[in-house]
Design a protein around this ligand. Sequence first.
Ligand code: FAD
Ligand code: SF4
Length: 516
Amino acid sequence: MDPAQSPRRLLLVLGDQLNADSSLFDDCDPEQDLVWLCEAPLEATHVPSHKARTVLFLSGMRHLRERLLTAGLRVRYLALDAHDHPSIGAALAADLAALAPRQVRVVQPGEYRMQRALQQACAEAGVALRVLEDRHFLCPLPDFDAWAKGRKELRLEHFYRWMRKRHDLLMHDGEPAGGAWNFDKDNRKTFGKRGPGLLPAPLGFAPDAITREVMALVETRFPNAPGGLAHFDWPLTPAQAQAALADFISHRLAAFGPYQDAIWTGEPYLYHARLSAALNLKLLDPRRAIDAAVAAYHAGQAPIASVEGFVRQILGWREYVRGIYWRQMPGYLDVNALHAHAPLPAFYWSADTDYACLADALGQVVARGYGHHIQRLMVTGLFALLLGVEPRQVHAWYLAMFVDAVEWVEAPNTLGMSQFADDGLLASKPYAASGAYIQRMSNCCRRCRYDPKQAVGDTACPFTTLFWDFLARHRARFAQHPRTALMWRNLDRLDPERLAAIRAQASTLRTSLAAA
Ligand code: FAD
Ligand code: SF4
């Protein structure tokens, strides 16, 4: 293509769209089309993004640039230190004026905010924008809408069964493999007093020259960003993502199901897949992950409880939350059904707390940008729920601090599942629990100066204090609800004087955390 000639199409690739087999490239003509990528400071600052998260996205993009160039495509790559546009929208606006393409194409972005910015830049420049369906996913958005249409409730369980049948996965003659749709009762094991023993260390990837360069850039450009890079070893290419999948299937899948809900101090990964970042950046196709797990089941290498549990997360939850996100945006980020207005405790950014379970879960997030699901839901998320933190602040923290955070998946998990801020659209009841839950599922309480059984006094566990206070605060909303009534009946058994003392302690706690 003559450099002076305007491109036929500008093919926009965003940082979480690193699959070179995406529909964006379907009828790409290197003679006429220009692939366009931009590293923009706003993406690392609109929430104060963890350094590892920023490195992951930028290095992933730079690795993709290499693959595209090798494939013979023409690429315009705006590196962070080579331009001074604050945002992707601003950089695009400047390039639309300079390059005058006839059309801009992009695969459906992972954030409503980004989609709006691209629409606005193209509309202002008078250039047509074509948003393509993202075929990385197994449920196209129109299909999700068709499934949701006319339903009173959009429950994961119904969606998941529909997807299992639709894709004929783990089905035998129309019935679920293993004779049941879920094996939750087998999947709540704890490690007992002796702990998990020697765990298979997940495969990590030492930073290569591209990544090391990005790390130095991120340290220079965003020195005050949260988190550290010392442990950075995430997959950044499709080959590495595939190797990470194979490692999980061989060494951790079999025990994934039973220990899905367990927590152990100092063990960040346990039997979890550690694949979410690779999946969300589209370095790994979810079909490959599902097929590999199903093949392990058929080969007798992993039990149905583990394989079904894993398939449910990817075929079910991952697709479901995406459908919910796009149906509910743009209003979803403002939901606050429980009228929660407390500030997020400052220790969420530093892990500087003497609550042992939070120190462990947060320490891991600060160091690695990762926490496994039950830490996210039943430690960091639970504490924010019980404390009554404003959901928007909780959302900003989760979006900022996890390497796998992209809004379509983060927001429904945070606002819906964890904070019940969407009034039960996603979860049928709030995930509220006292310190006793954490004591049962982990070894954290053994190392803590607080006592999960105490709700009042110097050694009272904050989860336990805030749990009773949460029940009392939300009695009117939940006490009659069939799925939650039991929890609230326990509240009614509490001596009123004791409840008053608990609530006074909760109030003091809230004040001291807000001031910290
Ligand atoms: P595993 O536990 O091994 O699960 C396997 C895969 O299943 C994951 O890689 C992921 O792709 C998928 N998966 C599992 N649970 C979910 C779920 N609830 N929703 C969607 N996909 C799921 N996941 C993200 O990918 N990005 C996020 O920003 C994110 N934010 C979350 C915030 C909160 C408050 C909560 C409670 C959960 C969040 N999750 C998020 C879901 C889940 O916790 C992570 O996907 C998981 O912990 C990633 O680690 P893993 O790859 O080791 O997953
Ligand atoms: Fe967490 Fe409470 Fe247990 Fe301490 S006692 S580890 S704060 S649940």
